[in-house]
Design a protein. Structure first.
Length: 89
């Protein structure tokens, strides 16, 4: 019972966060896909871990894929759009 509830909560949170990312990108008129790379990697981490749990393949494959996606997301974080007036360098 608890795994089903937690999976539903993760999927709801994933849907809400995807919706928020899409709205923010439309409002800021960001068009490049590189700035979307970090978000995509983090969404894929959630999906990979849910699938690994449900199909009982938690192990070296899912952990290595999670670490690979974290490193890739960290790389693409350099392309994120920031508000330079609010956050000066």
């Amino acid at each position: 019972m608890w795994p089903a509830i937690l999976t539903a909560l993760v999927l709801i949170a994933l849907g809400v966060s995807i919706n928020k990312i899409i709205r923010k990108r439309k409002a800021s008129s960001a068009t490049d896909l590189k700035s979307l790379g970090t978000s995509i990697c983090f969404f894929l981490i959630a999906i990979v871990n849910i699938l690994a749990y449900w199909f009982d393949i938690i192990g070296i494959i899912s952990m290595s894929l999670t670490i690979l996606l974290l490193i890739t997301g960290a790389y693409f974080s350099r392309y994120l759009q920031t508000d330079h007036e609010t956050y000066p360098r």
